[in-house]
Structures are given as structure tokens and as C-alpha cells.
Design a protein around this ligand. Structure first.
Ligand SMILES: *Cc1c(COP(=O)(O)O)cnc(C)c1O
Length: 424
């Protein structure tokens, strides 16, 4: 599929007049359309809820949009929990799916009535010692191990993942929690990441539904929800076929009827914790070409760098690039598109065929709405960019300002050096 930008060149030029590059731009119309489709795809399930994985994009303005589609928050740290609470998501609209969890975060999650999802059997004791009691509803994260395959394709390697409990630990945890008065149970698993296939969720659902039937039968624990977590992917590459959430929802529905309804468990709620699928395609990084260099290769230097978007440097991930205004020009130039970090992996693209780029050209780096800005860091003293929302009516607003030098040095502000740096 041809990858197109959600913003026109004219609109982008207008935004750039007011907000200097680089910045992340988000597409309200796209976010809404997708969130609505998500909701409809699982409308067959009475208790369904998507808990947006806050780590993918913790911007309150975007979370607010998702809330209109009944989304909650999936959190895995103290600050994410604080944000979820401030967003009005305390209680059953917050899922706390953490790992390697500090005890004080369990306490806070309990205090705001979040649903706690234990990653490990030892967390039961830790929680009890910290909090002193258990809420009525608790969840456990499952990791069956081995490889996760669809047909003959290896999707991911759960046996190598740090998350979740073994089958034995899962059963044991349910028994212990039940003996301690927990009444309702959830099961959670995340077995493959960024799956670009409609088969992942239905296959995962089958694994979890079968375990749920066994668990309820053998331990007497009442299963209230099954959390399919994240992992539904997006087509970063033009040749990839996007997932169809309607087909995915129907696939899960079919397995639900075959396994759960057949076992008399037709009241189990389905939860999801999608991040990438909810936000990924509806964000892009807008940057300008500022430097051309011809040595052993041809380089285009831009004003963004890996601190604005880490995925290419970290995973070698592909992000499509559009040179604005040159969409129909031939891609007859091979470039490495680089940032300015003193790190040779600071490249948004390697050996990429693009139209000839002139200095000042605006480059749109696609699919940065999830795990984009959020993964940012401050290496080389680089500052985080602004975030801008392109609204449905065509207007736009800055939903996070760019970091300033004062922000960067703020953790030194108790020391005399701070004044010296800031005041020059
Ligand atoms: C990262 C994460 C998600 C979201 O994953 P996506 O690939 O963005 O859908 C959901 N749940 C948990 C526990 C996670 O760690």
C-alpha cells in the first residue's frame, strides 16, 4: 500500500511557521476513526475494554480523545499511574501491568483502585507484605514458554521473555490468591510484538481461553476477564498489509464461542492493552534537511535525531519517509538520513531510495505515534521536541511544548552551577 502523509504540504508549512521543527504531529481524525473501529470490532463482548498502553504515548490530550471511546489506561510505573489517576481513570479503568515492580508502586496502585496484574508469583507475598490485604479482583500474567508460531512462521520467542508466570506458577498463584480472599480473576499474556497478521489475537485468545477453562475448573477461581494485552501491529513498510481489526475481533469472537461459551463461561470480559495499534500510524516526526554530506556515502542530515525517535537506532526499525512536495518525483537518489548525535546508529534511514533532497526540504517520518516521542532521551544534551495535534477541523494546537535548556538542567537547580549555566 502506498504510504501517504495525513497532512498536506500547505498545512504543514503553516504549522512550521509557528512551531519550529522538529516536532511530532498527531492526527485527531485518524485516532478517532481507529478507536471507533476498535470499539465496534469487540462490541460483541459485553465487558470489553481497551486499556491504552500509556507508555506508547503518554500525552494527556491524546489519552483524553481515547477516553471518549471508553478506553482506560494500561500502566507499568508510578508516574504512569499518577497520569492515569489525573486523567480520571482511577479504579477499574486502570490496569497495572508492570514487572520487576517496586513495592511502593503496588501500594499506590492499590490506593487508586487500579487492577493489578502480577507478573511473578513472588509478587503475591510482596503485595501482601506491602499493602496488607488484597483487592477483590486480581490478575496474573501468563507465559507458556516456547516459541509462538502462526502456521510455520515464528512470531516471537516467549521462552526467552522476562515476563509472566509458567503454567504451574499460574495455577499455584490462583490457588494462593483465592485462599486469601480474592474473588475475581484475570489472565493476561503478551506473546508476540508488532504482529502484522489478523491471526495473532485469535491464536493468543485460544491459548488463554483454554487455560481459563482449566483454571476455573481446577482451582474454582472465577475468571472475570481475559486480557489479550498489546502486540497488534501496524504496517511500517509500504509493502505490508494493514491488520483489519474487524476481522481480528471476529476471529476472537469465534474462539470465544468455541471455548468459553461452550464451557459455560460466556460472561468473561475481553480486555486489550494496545499501544502501537491505537496511536502508531496517527503520528509522524516532522523534520528539516539541514546538511548534505558526500563522502563514502551520501548523507542527508536533518534537525531531528534519535532522541526524538529511537526505534531505528534501537531496533533497526524501518520508518517510511516522505519528502514533502516531492511525492511524485522519482526515488532515484540513495541516502542515509541522519541525526546529529555522536553515535553512528543515529540514522533514520540507511541506503534509502528517495527523491533528490534540497536543503530546507521538510521530511515526514511516518508512524511515530507510538513508541516515538515517548522513548525519547537526552543523550548529547539534546532536547525533546514539541508535540502538535492536527485537529479534525484542520486547526492545530501544541499539546506539549519543546524542552528548553532550563528543563534539561532543572535537576541541578539546587546547585549554584544552575544559575551560572542559565544566566550565562
Ligand atoms: C508495551 C506493552 C503494551 C503495548 O504494546 P503495543 O505493542 O504497543 O501494542 C501492552 N501491555 C504491556 C504490558 C506492555 O508492556
Amino acid at each position: 500500500m502506498k504510504k501517504e502523509t495525513f497532512v498536506t504540504k500547505e498545512k504543514l508549512d503553516e504549522i512550521i511557521q509557528q512551531v519550529p521543527t522538529p516536532f511530532h504531529l498527531y492526527d485527531e481524525a485518524g485516532i478517532r476513526k481507529n478507536a471507533q473501529a476498535m470499539k465496534e470490532a469487540f462490541a460483541w463482548n459485553k465487558g470489553f475494554r481497551e486499556y491504552f498502553a500509556v507508555k506508547a504515548n503518554p500525552n494527556p490530550f491524546l489519552i483524553d480523545i481515547l477516553k471518549e471511546y471508553d478506553c482506560g489506561c494500561d500502566c507499568s510505573s508510578m508516574t504512569e499511574l499518577m497520569l492515569a489517576k489525573a486523567m480520571g481513570c482511577a479504579g477499574e479503568r486502570t490496569m497495572f501491568s508492570s514487572n520487576d515492580t517496586p513495592p511502593e508502586e503496588f501500594q499506590y496502585a492499590y490506593d487508586i483502585d487500579a487492577i493489578v496484574n502480577f507478573d511473578d508469583i513472588t509478587h503475591i507475598q510482596c503485595f501482601e507484605e506491602t499493602v496488607g490485604t488484597f483487592p477483590k479482583t486480581m490478575s496474573c500474567r501468563y507465559n507458556p514458554g516456547g516459541l509462538f508460531k502462526i502456521s510455520n512462521d515464528i512470531m516471537d520467542n516467549p521462552g526467552d521473555a522476562k515476563y509472566g508466570m509458567t503454567t504451574e506458577q499460574l495455577f499455584e498463584s490462583f490457588r494462593i490468591l483465592k485462599s486469601k480472599g480474592v474473588e475475581n480473576f484475570g489472565i493476561h499474556a503478551f506473546l508476540a510484538s508488532n504482529t502484522v497478521t489478523n491471526e495473532y489475537y485469535p491464536m493468543l485468545a485460544k491459548v488463554l481461553f483454554e487455560v481459563a477453562v482449566k483454571l476455573q475448573k481446577e482451582t474454582g477461581a472465577k475468571i472475570k476477564f481475559i486480557n489479550l494485552s498489546g502486540g497488534v501491529g501496524i504496517p511500517y513498510r509500504p509493502e505490508q498489509e494493514p491488520n483489519d481489526i474487524r476481522v481480528i475481533g471476529e476471529g476472537v469472537h469465534k474462539v470465544y464461542d468455541e471455548v468459553l461459551t461452550a464451557a459455560g463461561m460466556g460472561d468473561v470480559a475481553i480486555y486489550t492493552e494496545l499501544g502501537r495499534f491505537m496511536m502508531g500510524p496517527y503520528g509522524c516526526l516532522v523534520t528539516k534537511a539541514i546538511h548534505e554530506k558526500n563522502t563514502h556515502k551520501r548523507y542527508i542530515g536533518v534537525d531531528a535525531c534519535a532522541v526524538n525517535l529511537m526505534r531505528p537506532a534501537m531496533y533497526g526499525a524501518y520508518h517510511h519517509i516522505t519528502v514533502m512536495g516531492k511525492e511524485n518525483k522519482p526515488c532515484d537518489h540513495m541516502y542515509d538520513v541522519t541525526g546529529s548525535l555522536c553515535e553512528n546508529n543515529d540514522k533514520f534511514a540507511i541506503d534509502r531510495m528517495l527523491p533528490e533532497i534540497d536543503m530546507g526540504d521538510v521530511l515526514v517520518i511516518h508512524d511515530t505515534g507510538a513508541h516515538g516521542f515517548a522513548m525519547g532521551y537526552n543523550y548529547n544534551g539534546k532536547l525533546k521536541s514539541a508535540e502538535v495535534l492536527l485537529k479534525e477541523d484542520g486547526s492545530f494546537s501544541v499539546i506539549r511544548r519543546a524542552e528548553t535548556a532550563a528543563d534539561y538542567f532543572a535537576t541541578l537547580n539546587d546547585f549554584p552551577i544552575y544559575k551560572k549555566i542559565i544566566e550565562g
